[in-house]
Design a protein around this ligand. Structure first.
Ligand code: ZN
Length: 233
């Protein structure tokens, strides 16, 4: 079975639409979403509707949680905060209800999924050091754990190697971000995992950034949120 792992869509509908097309051309059998479907971007309702329709499993991220008032909005930076407040004002009851029902971590099909980290997922920790990675390897039992949250794709091997995916290693894999990549690559990112062969691949997809940027300006979100999409930062 080929699993497409998408994360951090952040209300970027043009990016999500292209990624969905890409998962079809790569013949993904199922889609799992690792959370943060809303926040930053101008299409929160549309993105949640598509995730609900296409993703067999979906998790809750910190921005989803912020929109629901479950995570204090003081925890967000200036840009995140203004986008969450705007998203709260436009989110439909149906969308809120759906987001409310999502988990922050799960195990499915022999893999672990979390938005931020398998250890203490609701603390929204960023796995940015080897010490944190080591602690997280102890917090789940499957070979692979897929995460999002940092918007930077990375494969961390249990032996401390970085970006050297190996079938013989337990790994924490960050699949990057569909709607707001921050690894200096403006293309949408998602992961593709084959349960039969064990192969993992990061896919990059070009999309119409201008369309998202125009919509960000139209709804009055900060200009920085449009600009950063062109830089992938
Ligand atoms: Zn995010």
């Amino acid at each position: 079975m080929r699993i497409a792992l998408i994360s951090d869509i952040h209300g970027n509908l043009p990016a999500l639409e292209e990624v969905l097309k890409s998962t079809v051309s790569y013949k993904a059998d199922v889609l799992y979403c690792l959370g943060d479907t809303v926040g930053y971007g101008p299409f929160p309702n549309e993105c949640v509707e598509l995730v609900r329709k296409h993703c067999l499993v979906a998790l809750k991220g910190n921005h989803d949680s912020g929109l629901l008032g479950e995570t204090p909005i003081e925890d967000f930076n200036h840009y995140g905060l203004s986008a969450i407040q705007w998203s709260q004002s436009v989110a439909t009851e149906e969308v809120k209800e759906y987001l409310r029902g999502l988990n922050v971590k799960t195990e499915v099909n022999g893999i672990t999924l979390a938005h931020s980290s398998p250890l203490n997922p609701e603390a929204w920790t960023y796995i940015l050091t080897m010490r944190l990675a080591r602690e997280n390897f102890e917090a789940y039992t499957t070979r692979l754990c897929f995460v999002g949250h940092t918007h930077v794709p990375i494969v961390i091997g249990e032996d401390g190697t970085i970006n050297k995916y190996s079938l013989a290693l337990r790994s924490i894999i960050n699949v990057g971000s569909v709607g707001q990549p921050r690894d200096e690559n403006e293309k949408a990112a998602y992961g593709l995992y084959d349960t039969e062969t064990g192969a993992y691949e990061l896919i990059r997809v070009a999309y119409d950034i201008q369309r998202t940027a125009r919509a960000i300006r139209e709804v009055g979100l900060p200009e920085f949120l449009a600009q950063r999409l062109f830089q992938g930062s």
